[in-house]
Structure formats: structure tokens, C-alpha cells
Design a protein around this ligand. Sequence first.
Ligand SMILES: NC(=O)c1ccc[n+]([C@@H]2O[C@H](COP(=O)([O-])OP(=O)(O)OC[C@H]3O[C@@H](n4cnc5c(N)ncnc54)[C@H](OP(=O)(O)O)[C@@H]3O)[C@@H](O)[C@H]2O)c1
Length: 337
Amino acid sequence: MSTYTAMVMNEPGALPAPVTRPIPEPGPTEVVVRLRATSMNYHDLVNLKGSIRGGPWPRVPMSDGAGEIAAVGNAVRSLRVGDRVVAAFSPRWLNGVATPRTRGDVLGDTRDGCLQQYLCIEESAVARTPLHLSDAEAATIPCAGVTAWTSLRGADVKAGDVVVAQGTGGVSLYVVQLAKAAGATVILTSSSDAKLDVGKSLGADHLVNYRTHPEWHKAVRELTGGEGADLVVDVGGVDTLAKSILATKMGGSIAIVGVLGGFGMAEIPYTTVMMQMQHVFGVAVGSAADLVALNAAMAATHIVPQISHHLDWTQIPEAMRVLGAQGHIGKIAITIV
Ligand SMILES: NC(=O)c1ccc[n+]([C@@H]2O[C@H](COP(=O)([O-])OP(=O)(O)OC[C@H]3O[C@@H](n4cnc5c(N)ncnc54)[C@H](OP(=O)(O)O)[C@@H]3O)[C@@H](O)[C@H]2O)c1
């Protein structure tokens, strides 16, 4: 077979439709991955709805991808046909601090992404899949997993620290699992007691329903003897940032990660940040080196990501509906046939 199927968005907001393409030949330092799975992130929902208007059109959406190597270029030394890999969110960001050029290039946004059977990509932009994970599980790592990882690394989270994760979406439940693996105490918030039960089964120590307890930051302070958390991973943005700051201890950190409350300006208690000498830092997923490091940590700890929905790639509208309605817990995995 010399052709394959790619699901292509023809314009912003158009549902991906099948297109037959020739299977790519890798350049000298590239590999061709036979993709088996992707996963739906909030970022993908924004892209599928047509809000990321720049970039090439038509294009293949979805940033996450996992599968096995189908072909390697003649200068590729680290990988062989058959190796199982996941693709990095920003393929040109190899390590260290990003530049606008290395961070700006994103699978599914500025180049074809992973809703296709074959992906041609640089050897340096894939990482070996942890052996204990299926491709569907591994496909949840590159965006949500790496974001949780860099959030925790940004605050140097260690045993005995207290970490707050907000809601039970993909990033936050990775925060729960990775923070527990680091020996931290985890406080998880959610709009739903049933979802909190799932968080508890993943290791969350304290559960706070932010619907019934809108002053959840006070609950965090009470649970920490009045001190506050070492790290709050903020995914609510304008809805949550002020309370995240109030929930954080002196010298603690707030990772600014999400925009679930919208793209407006957040009012914050800046004197608290100042007088409590807090560290507020932004997270933009992570590098290929972060992906490699996280995969090693996943392999060592045998963490299995929380997936509430397994769909196939003909069910993108259903995946959009579930994520848009916040009907998922953790991740939505999507198999590519
Ligand atoms: N900066 C980065 O590097 C980066 C990377 C990945 C994602 N993100 C961003 O991080 C956010 C989460 O991404 P995701 O893919 O994990 O999303 P997701 O899976 O869609 O998470 C949605 C869940 O978050 C909770 N939630 C929704 N609105 C909330 C609010 N206002 N306050 C607190 N919790 C709220 C809800 O959980 P409950 O129903 O349990 O309450 C909801 O089910 C998104 O804004 C995304 O764009 C940023």
C-alpha cells in the first residue's frame, strides 16, 4: 500500500474529512510514524472549532500522537522500524528554554498533526513509548502529561510538598498522579463529587468541590494548617488565579497553565504575591527533552493515565461534544485505524 488516509480540516472550523495521500518518504534525519492513537486536549477543541486561524490550510489537526516507526531516514541512528514512539507537541523545541521559533511550531497548528495514519517528523521530535502503556494511553502524554510534568518541575516539587490540582481534566489528573509519585500531598478540586471520587482513586489526598465550596482557597489553607500550598497548578485563569494566589504559601508557586475561564484579564491580589514572595510562572507544554524525561518517569513509576472515553477517529464530533460539555474525566483517547 503506497497511500494512506489523513483527516483534513479544509478551513477554520470545518470538521476533518478523509483525504488519500501518498505515504511520505523520510528525509535523512526524519522518521515516518504509523500513528495508532491521538488524544483530545482542550487546545485541540479550540483548534477544531476554528479559533486557531493562522497556520497552513488545509491541515491535519490534533497535537498528540503515538504509534510505531514505519520508516527511518538514512542518517537516523537512535530509532528502528517497529520502535514505539510518541511525538513532541512542539517538534523544534528540543530542550532548555524555548524561543518563539521553537515554541511556535506545533503539531496540528502550524504543520500537519496526528489525525492521520502516517506522520513524517524529525527523529529528534519523538520519544520512546513507556513499555507498560498502550498507544492510546501513550497518546495522552505529549500535551497534558508534559504540561503537568513541567508545572511540577517548575516548582521543584518534592516529597512532603502540597500541590493543588484544579478540576479533573487531562492536565490536572496528570498533576495528581505525578505529584503523588513525587511524594507530595495532593488537594484536588472539582465541580463534581463523582469526579472527585475518581481523583481519590488516583491518589488525591484531599477533595474539595468548588461548586459547593466556591471559597475553595480557604479550604486549602485550612487543610494546610493555615499555611497554604507549595504549588497551585492553575487551569482556570480568570476564574481561579486570584484564589490560587490566596491558596499558596509564603515562597510557594503558582503555575499559570490554563484558560478554562476565558481569555480575559485576571484581577489578582498582587500585594499577596509580593508580600508572600510567591513565584508565578507560565507553562507552555514543554520540550522534547521534557517528553523523554516524563516517559522515563512514567516507565519507572508505572503510572497509567486516567482515560474516561475511548473513541475512534471517525468520532471527532463526539469527542468535541464530550470535552466541550466537560463530560470526561482525565483524557479522551482516540484510536487511529
Ligand atoms: N499552558 C500549557 O502548556 C497548557 C497545556 C495543556 C493545556 N492547557 C490549558 O489548560 C487547561 C486544561 O486543559 P485540559 O486539556 O486538561 O482540559 P480539559 O481536560 O478539558 O479539562 C476540563 C476540566 O477542567 C475543569 N474546569 C473547567 N473550568 C474550570 C474552572 N473555571 N475552574 C476550575 N476547573 C475548571 C473541569 O473539571 P471538573 O468537571 O472536575 O470541575 C473540566 O472538566 C485548558 O485551558 C488548556 O488550554 C495549557
